[in-house]
Design a protein around this ligand. Structure first.
Ligand SMILES: *Cc1c(COP(=O)(O)O)cnc(C)c1O
Length: 501
């Protein structure tokens, strides 16, 4: 076979085989190829490149051994992570996008798709900030303005927000803060802030200790008393507060910080106000639930993730800016490509070359519409309430937080401790039990939730192992929820008899 044929001759059988692989995958679960580290690493232990290439058709045999080992995230009984099943049209759309291979870092390598990116960002900006037609007409395609940037995900969006906030405070020169009389710089947020903020402060040269994780109230929201106290401490220690972070949909609980109050404090103190709505942002589509996010419109910057509740492929995040000139504080240029006088989005993005994933968002916006998203959100948030009620009604479970969005935290209680108020020693036993249970459920492979470790106010400071359910898949039915909980009760009984006899 001539190498050039790889570029010119699509093999129709290759495409058909791919469809068959996917079809089979979507009708199975992790029990088909149980996770065992040893067998997985043994399967993939070759460090030498092949000397001679094989045909795509011969490569199919290898693919057939790889695909079943992937995580079956699209199963409606997998409620453990924030990764969604994708609408079926995504498969063909991704073929188009990948083969167009556009690079929206610069106009010359993406042309119209650069402007599509701006249009998509404008629609989301409007969802969050609700400016008028005149604003969007003037700003959407303005040259020295950006309503936001596309990123590969929430992490890079949060890091970009810190970068903006730092440059707002002192340009790219941290020593300028010393000249202003500061002895250091910090960001303030709740203990539930995503760990991407630690990465960001580390990269800015400020270290993870500059991330102040403050106490939360009994609803897992940033405590305003703790915030005022921290601000006082910063004044006393002459620390510059680079940003106040509000979380709109915490990773563990889906809780939302008191955004209107945080906005008022940030305005009073003249601090950059960032809202991390990577998970919760799309709540704004739902007339029923959008009130949860009141106050987000005051944020200077907002992080959104497309690859979570907007149901587009991985690698799609965004940072929105209330004021379109804010991005100028991080503007960078390169003479060969990213020219100062251009429309190149690469002037503002932390990432360089990246895919034109705005097309996925455009397709989803056009085909689902605002109402479609609202329906999916409402159904998921309602399902979470239904599942919470089932958990709350059973002595075999303890619900650890009332559902705000569609994330639930709970734990299983072993039979001998059901119906009691657990003390510290009992909580330790329950922790061990839930770790073993989560692992056993994962190993069995029919259903799945993730686990985390958090203190909850009911039990003071003691770290507790919590099970975490994410109700994101639109195809989850009541029977799937029952099946998942039944698996936990059944496995729990087996584990309790091994652990506690
Ligand atoms: C998922 C998430 C992030 C990180 O986003 P990635 O896309 O995984 O980089 C940050 N903050 C919150 C609240 C999240 O839910």
């Amino acid at each position: 076979m001539k190498l050039t044929e790889l570029f010119t001759q699509p093999d129709p059988d290759f495409g058909k085989a791919m469809t068959a692989l996917l079809e089979h995958f979507h009708h199975s679960d992790d029990s088909q190829a149980p996770y065992q580290r040893g067998s997985f690493t043994h399967q993939l232990d070759q460090s030498c490149m092949p000397t001679i290439g094989i045909s795509p058709r011969d490569y199919l045999a290898r693919l057939a051994t790889l695909v079943p080992g992937a995580s079956h995230l699209t199963s409606p009984r997998y409620m453990g992570h924030m990764t969604a099943p994708l609408p079926a049209f995504t498969a063909e759309l991704s073929r188009l996008l990948v083969m167009l291979n556009q690079n929206p870092m610069k106009m010359e390598s993406s042309r119209l798709l650069s402007f599509l990116e701006r249009e998509v960002l404008a629609k989301l900006h409007r969802l969050v900030y609700r400016q008028d037609d005149a604003f969007y007409a003037a700003q959407m395609h303005a040259k020295d303005a950006a309503l936001g940037v596309m990123t590969s995900g929430g992490t890079i969006a949060n890091v970009t927000a810190l970068w903006l906030a730092r440059n707002r405070a002192c340009g790219d020169n941290l020593f300028a803060l010393a000249e202003q009389g500061y002895r250091g710089a910090v960001i303030l947020g709740s203990r539930l802030m995503h760990y991407s903020f630690d990465k960001g402060m580390d990269l800015l040269g400020l270290g993870a200790r500059s991330v102040w994780r403050l106490d939360t109230d009994e609803h897992n929201r940033l405590s305003l008393a703790a915030l005022e106290q921290a601000l006082q401490q910063c004044r006393k220690q002459k620390l510059k507060v680079l940003a106040l972070v509000g979380v709109a949909g915490s990773t563990d609980f889906g809780s939302v910080d008191p955004l209107p109050e945080l906005a008022a404090i940030a305005r009073r103190e003249q601090i950059h106000f960032h809202v991390d709505a990577a998970w919760g942002g799309p709540t704004l589509f739902s007339p029923r639930y959008q009130g949860l996010l009141t106050g987000i419109e005051h944020a200077d910057t907002v992080t959104l993730d497309g690859h979570k509740q907007l149901l587009v492929p991985l690698g799609t995040g965004m940072l929105l800016c209330r004021q379109p000139d804010l991005m100028m504080t991080v503007k960078r240029e390169a003479p060969y490509a990213i020219r100062a006088t251009s429309f190149d989005q690469g002037r503002f993005t932390l990432e360089g070359t990246r895919p034109a994933n705005a097309l996925y968002l455009d397709a989803a916006f056009q085909m689902l519409g605002q109402q479609g998203y609202a329906q999916l959100i409402d159904a998921n948030y309602d399902r979470a309430r239904r599942m919470a009620a089932l958990i709350d009604a059973s002595p075999a479970f303890e619900l650890m937080s009332a559902p705000v969005m569609n994330l639930l935290s709970y734990r299983c209680i072993p039979p001998h401790l059901q119906g009691q108020v657990p003390d510290v020693a009992a909580n330790e036993q329950i922790n061990l039990f839930n770790v073993a249970l989560q692992k056993a459920q994962r190993a069995e492979g029919h259903s799945f939730v993730s686990r985390t470790q958090r203190a909850v106010s009911r039990y003071g400071e003691q770290p507790l192992t919590l099970l975490r359910a994410v109700l994101l898949n639109p195809l989850i039915e009541e029977a799937d929820i029952h099946a998942l909980l039944d698996d936990q009760v059944r496995l729990g009984n087996q584990i309790a008899s091994q652990l506690f006899e």
